[in-house]
Design a protein around this ligand. Structure first.
Ligand code: AMP
Length: 571
C-alpha cells in the first residue's frame, strides 16, 4: 500500500462518527494491507511508530514542524503561521500548499523514515529532525503531508480506540468482529497492538497460545467495589483479604539482568524507582514479573505516607536528594511470572504461595499484609486494623481467582471507608466538554462536562457537570493549561452527549470526583436506558477531588460501575 492510500483511508475514518461505520472502514483498510504492512499500519493508526510502553516519542513540537514545512515549501515561516491561524492547524496548511505528486511513497518507507526521525536523539537532533521532516514533506502530496504532520506533532486524532482497532482486526483477519475477545486477550497480556496483529495473521491458534513476556507490560487487573463486609462475604465467601495500600501500583519485570517498571497506564516508569530496583536486585535473582504498591514512608518514623507523596518522584530528573527524602517501600501482592513460567492462570492461593516463597520481608519490600477471612466480624476487624495503620481499606480476593489481565471484575473487591452522607466511592471521570464561567469565573472554564467510559461500546457517556472543588489556581492556570490543547470544534467521535457545552475536548483528562448521590436523568447518557427507559444516570452535587494522571481515559469508571453505585444507595 502507498502512504497516500493509507492517508485516504485515514481521512475516510476521520469523517465517520458511528462506531460500526468506523469499524467497517477500518476493516476495508486492513483488507488492502500486505502481511508485512499490518503491524506498522496498526501502530500508525495510533499515531505511533512503537508501542506506547516503549516510550518512543517524535519530540517534534508544532513550531519545529512549521519550520520543516516552510523549508519544504521554500516559504516564509511567518506567512505559514498566518495560514495556520486561518485553517486551524499546520496539517491543513500542508494539505493546501503541497503540490500533488503522482504515485506515492510506500507505506513502509514512510514508516521507516518516521521511525528514524523518532529515534534520532542527542546533540543536534532537533535540527536533524527538522531536516528529515522537510525531506519527507518535499516528496509528500497534500493528504500525505496532512497526516505526516499530524502524526509527528502528536495530533492524529481519529477517535479510534484500541478496542475498536481490535474489533476491526477481528473482522478483517478472523472473519468476525465478535471474535474480538481472542485478540483482546493477546493485547491484555502484551499491551502491543503490532504484536497482536502479527499473531492474528498466523491465525487463531497462535492467538490462543500467546503468553506473557518479560519486558512487555501486562494490562492490570482491576477491582469491583461493594459497600460493606456483609456484601463482600456474600459475594466472595471465605477469602483472602489484604491491606489496600495507598501508593502507586507498579508492575516490575526482571529478565535476570534488566528491569522494566510499568505504571497502571502502562507507561515505562523504571527511572522513578532506582532505589527499589537496587534492593530487588540484591535479593531476587531469578527472572520474574511482580506487582506491588510502592508507598512513600517517612524516613524518620517509618510511617507510611499517602499517595500524593509518590508524585514527588514523578519528575524529569530524580535527584539523590529526592530519593532520600521520599524513600519508598513496595508491598508485593502479585507474582505473575517466575523463571520461565507464567503464573497468571493459577488460582490466587497458589500464586500467593509462590509469592511468599519467593519474596522475603526486607527493609524496602515485602509481601502485602494478608489474612484469611471467614466471617463478617473477622473482616471488619481486619478492616479497622488497616485504617488504623493508615491504609485505605482492604482488597478482598477470591481464593480460586486467576489474574484477569486488563479486566475489572468481582474476583477482587475493594472495601474502602465511605465518607458520611456521600457515595461509597469516588469516580474517575473523563472531561469531554466545558461551559464558560460567569461573574467571578468569567474567562475561565466554569464547569466541566465529564463522562464514564463504556468499554463494550468504546464510548464516553456523560454523567455530570462539575463546577465545585476547584481552587483559583485550577481555574486560572491548571485547567486552561491542560484543556486548551484538547479543544475541538465538535464532540469527539467517541463521545456520546445530549447536552451542548460551550467547548468540546478530546477525551484525555481524567479527574476524580465525589458526589452525594446518583439519580436518573434525561440529560446524561451514562448507562442510558439501563435502569429506566429514556433516562441515564447522573451524579448530584459532584465535587472535584484531584487529577488522575495515573489513569488513561479508558480506565475511567464504567457505566456498569455507576449502575452498581446507584443500586448500592438503597442498601
Ligand atoms: P482503586 O484505584 O481504588 O480502583 O483500587 C485499586 C488499586 O488499589 C490497585 O490498582 C492498586 O494500585 C491498589 N492496591 C493497594 N493495595 C493492593 C493490594 N493488596 N492488592 C491489589 N491492589 C492494591
Amino acid at each position: 500500500m502507498t502512504f497516500k492510500r493509507f492517508a485516504e483511508h485515514l481521512a475516510g475514518i476521520e469523517a465517520e462518527s458511528g462506531r460500526l461505520e468506523i469499524i467497517r472502514r477500518l476493516s476495508v483498510l486492513f483488507a488492502e494491507l500486505a502481511p508485512e504492512e499490518w503491524p506498522k499500519a496498526v501502530l500508525l493508526l495510533t499515531g505511533r511508530v512503537a508501542p506506547e510502553f516503549e516510550g518512543l516519542e517524535f519530540g517534534v513540537a508544532e513550531k519545529e514542524a512549521a519550520k520543516a514545512l516552510a523549508m519544504a515549501l521554500g516559504r516564509d515561516e511567518a506567512e505559514l503561521w498566518k495560514e495556520v491561524r486561518e485553517l486551524g492547524d499546520l496539517g491543513r496548511v500542508a494539505e493546501t500548499e503541497l503540490p500533488e505528486h503522482e504515485g506515492g511513497l510506500p507505506l513502509l518507507a514512510v514508516y521507516d523514515q518516521l521511525r528514524d526521525l523518532a529515534e534520532d536523539a542527542g546533540p543536534g537532533s532537533q535540527l536533524r529532525k527538522r531536516e528529515r521532516l522537510a525531506d519527507l514533506l518535499k516528496s509528500a502530496s497534500p493528504l500525505e503531508g496532512l497526516y505526516i504532520l499530524r502524526i509527528v506533532t502528536g495530533r492524529l486524532r481519529l477517535g479510534v480506540g484500541e478496542a475498536t482497532i481490535l474489533e476491526a482486526m477481528a473482522q478483517a483477519l478472523l472473519g468476525d468482529r465478535k471474535k474480538r475477545p481472542l485478540l483482546e486477550r493477546a493485547y491484555n497480556l502484551t499491551s502491543d497492538l503490532a504484536y497482536v496483529a502479527e499473531l492474528a495473521l498466523k491465525g487463531e491458534e497462535a492467538l490462543a497460545h500467546v503468553q506473557v513476556q518479560v519486558g512487555k507490560p501486562i494490562r492490570m487487573m482491576l477491582a469491583e467495589r461493594l459497600p460493606d463486609a456483609e456484601a463482600i462475604l456474600k459475594k466472595l465467601g471465605p477469602h483472602l483479604a489484604e491491606y489496600k495500600y495507598d501508593g502507586e501500583r507498579v508492575q516490575v519485570h526482571f529478565d535476570g539482568e534488566r528491569f522494566w517498571v510499568y505504571s497502571r497506564r502502562i507507561e515505562n516508569i523504571t527511572h522513578q524507582y532506582p532505589d527499589l530496583l537496587e534492593a530487588l536486585r540484591a535479593h531476587l535473582k531469578r527472572p520474574y514479573i511482580l506487582e506491588a504498591e510502592a508507598v512513600v514512608y517517612d524516613p524518620d518514623t517509618g510511617e507510611l505516607l499517602p499517595f500524593q507523596y509518590v508524585l514527588n518522584r514523578k519528575v524529569k530528573h530524580l535527584t539523590p536528594e529526592l530519593i532520600e527524602r521520599y524513600p519508598v517501600k513496595a508491598f508485593v501482592f502479585e507474582l505473575l511470572y517466575l523463571d520461565g513460567e507464567a503464573l497468571i492462570d493459577l488460582p490466587l492461593t497458589e500464586r500467593r504461595k509462590r509469592l511468599e516463597a519467593f519474596v522475603p520481608k526486607t527493609e524496602r519490600f515485602e509481601p502485602s499484609e494478608r489474612r484469611w477471612i471467614e466471617s463478617v466480624e473477622a473482616l471488619d476487624a481486619f478492616f479497622d486494623l488497616a485504617l488504623e495503620v493508615g491504609d485505605e481499606g482492604l482488597m478482598c480476593k477470591r481464593p480460586d481467582g486467576n489474574y484477569e489481565a486488563g479486566k475489572r471484575g468481582f474476583k477482587w473487591v475493594k472495601y474502602k471507608r465511605a465518607a458520611g452522607g456521600r457515595l461509597a466511592d469516588t469516580l474517575d471521570l473523563v472531561v469531554v466538554g466545558a461551559w464558560w464561567g460567569r461573574g467571578r469565573r468569567s474567562g475561565t472554564y466554569g464547569s466541566l462536562l465529564v463522562a464514564a467510559y463504556n468499554p463494550a461500546e468504546d464510548r464516553f457517556e456523560t454523567v455530570t457537570k462539575v463546577g465545585s472543588g476547584f481552587t483559583d489556581e485550577d481555574l486560572q492556570k491548571v485547567l486552561p493549561e491542560r484543556l486548551d490543547p484538547l479543544r475541538r470544534g465538535e464532540p469527539a467521535p467517541r463521545v456520546w452527549a445530549l447536552l451542548e457545552p460551550d467547548v468540546w475536548f478530546e477525551p484525555r483528562l481524567v479527574i476524580e470526583v465525589e458526589a452525594q448521590e446518583i439519580t436518573l436523568s434525561p440529560n446524561h447518557t451514562c448507562a442510558y436506558g439501563r435502569v429506566k427507559e429514556g433516562r441515564g444516570l447522573a451524579l448530584r452535587f459532584p465535587r472535584f477531588l484531584r487529577y488522575r494522571d495515573d489513569k488513561s481515559p479508558e480506565e475511567a469508571t464504567t457505566p456498569e460501575e455507576v449502575v452498581e453505585l446507584y443500586r448500592l444507595q438503597w442498601k
